[in-house]
Design a protein around this ligand. Structure first.
Ligand SMILES: O=P(O)(O)OC[C@H]1O[C@H](O[C@H]2O[C@H](CO)[C@@H](O)[C@H](O)[C@H]2O)[C@H](O)[C@@H](O)[C@@H]1O
Length: 400
């Protein structure tokens, strides 16, 4: 069934939910597990979507929702649990408990992995040589990239040193933050006016005014914190009432699970299980499924000890990068080298766009080996900061 709401009336979306309940009786279909799989949970994606082409694309933004097989919710929750475990590699604290032998194995595995994803610091020339004569455009994820992962998402502050490094780099290169958090929240953490911001995994982009976007159905004129006129692009605006409703249900459904935390990120909702006892992860997964089973227009993806509930639209951090490049007048690959730095599963969409377009580099921030679409790697936010500083030094000393 296509998930194609044609106006902002939440009832339309709810009635699609009831249709979907009929579909759930279709025992022949076999796509349900895909709803939960990350990163490509959908069975049909609108192709060739170029939002900045000037065409109205509201309809094309919506993806086909797989039909649901009756009575397999438990299987779905257990699939989800596998993903929860695999997308949550042990943190340094717990790895330090491992014995020496295991640590050595981990180091050997990491060094082997570095052959495939070389350090962006050690390979700095390889990154900057192709940038000669071009402008570098920088895209930065927030959590785990600019700020270290901490237990309480409300306390994921970036250091003053990191803020200074981002401010400096933005003086030389157009820079944008693309975060899963709401745009307002990430701005409160970063607090730098010289950047562009995209929140809700790219579903809320504030960029410079572009006349060519004026007819765009999801683009409106607004003002930023300093009263400057800007373009706001919000391709999931029709989902706002639904997301609020789901947020409230998720808060309600998980309030008895010790350590669970639900975060409203405006166009998506995060359900955190970092502080939940591992034996209760399955309960978290089940409760989330209990809620979203009523919303076929929503899907689930996995982040770092977090389940992300988001609209089923053909939009992600990769699309946001393309959109921002266009908005900033930087879409010509001949003149521009985009670099995207991120640590999470949702950043893979952006790495993929750069890799497939052969027009820039993804840099994965990870201290453990992971398969990625990135070209390079950095170990942690500290190394990200060193990389940003190196870019500034390179630019200042570069004669080209
Ligand atoms: O795209 P990002 O900027 O990386 O945002 C992704 C999610 O990041 C946050 O959660 C993660 O960081 C928290 C603070 O370190 C940590 O406690 C949590 O376990 C991580 O998943 C944020 O809270 C989420 O809303 C974002 O979606």
């Amino acid at each position: 069934m296509d998930c194609l709401p044609n106006n902002s009336d939440n009832k339309t979306l709810k009635s699609l939910s009831s249709d979907r309940r009929l579909d759930s009786m279709d025992l022949k279909s076999n796509h349900t597990a895909l709803v939960l799989a990350d990163p490509a949970p959908l069975n049909r994606v609108s192709s060739g979507l170029l939002p900045y082409s000037g065409a109205t694309f509201s309809q094309n933004l919506f993806l086909t929702v797989p039909t649901m097989k009756a009575g397999i919710l438990d299987i779905r929750a257990s699939n989800c649990l596998d993903s929860m475990e695999s997308s949550s590699p042990p943190d340094k604290k717990s790895r330090d408990f491992n014995n020496d032998l295991e640590s050595t194995d981990t180091d050997v595995a990491y060094r082997a992995w570095l052959l495939k994803y070389p350090s962006a610091l050690a390979s700095f020339d390889q990154i900057t040589n192709p940038a000669k004569g071009k402008r570098i455009a920088l895209f930065l994820d927030y959590d785990g990239t600019l700020s270290p992962i901490v237990d309480n998402p409300d306390c994921a502050f970036m250091s003053n040193d990191m803020r200074a490094a981002v401010k400096n780099v933005a003086e030389f290169f157009p820079t944008a933050i693309i975060s899963g958090r709401s745009r307002d929240k990430v701005y409160e953490f970063v607090w730098l006016t010289e950047l562009n911001y995209a929140g809700s995994h790219g579903m809320d982009i504030m960029g410079p005014v572009r006349q060519s976007f004026d007819d765009h159905s999801n683009c409106i004129r607004s003002t930023d914190n300093q009263g400057k006129e800007v373009n706001l692009f919000q391709p999931a605006s029709e989902f706002l009432p639904m997301i609020d409703e789901v947020f409230n249900s998720l808060v309600n459904n998980t309030k008895d699970i010790r350590g669970a935390k639900v975060e409203n990120n405006k166009f998506c909702v995060s359900v955190h299980y970092r502080n939940v006892d591992e034996k209760d992860w399955t309960v978290v997964a089940q409760r989330v499924h209990d809620v979203i089973r009523n919303y076929p227009c929503l899907r689930l993806t996995h982040g770092r000890k977090v389940l992300e509930v988001r609209p089923v639209i053909n939009w992600d951090k990769g699309k946001a990068v393309t959109f921002l490049l266009e908005s900033l007048g930087l879409s010509n690959c001949e003149d521009v080298l985009p670099i995207y730095v991120g640590d999470d599963q949702t950043d893979e969409d952006a790495f993929k766009v750069l890799r497939e377009g052969n027009c820039g580099y993804g840099i994965l921030v990870s201290s453990v080996p992971k398969e990625s679409n990135a070209f390079f790697s950095l170990k942690d936010p500290q190394e990200v900061m060193e990389f940003l500083k190196s870019l500034v030094v390179w630019k200042k000393t570069s004669t080209l």
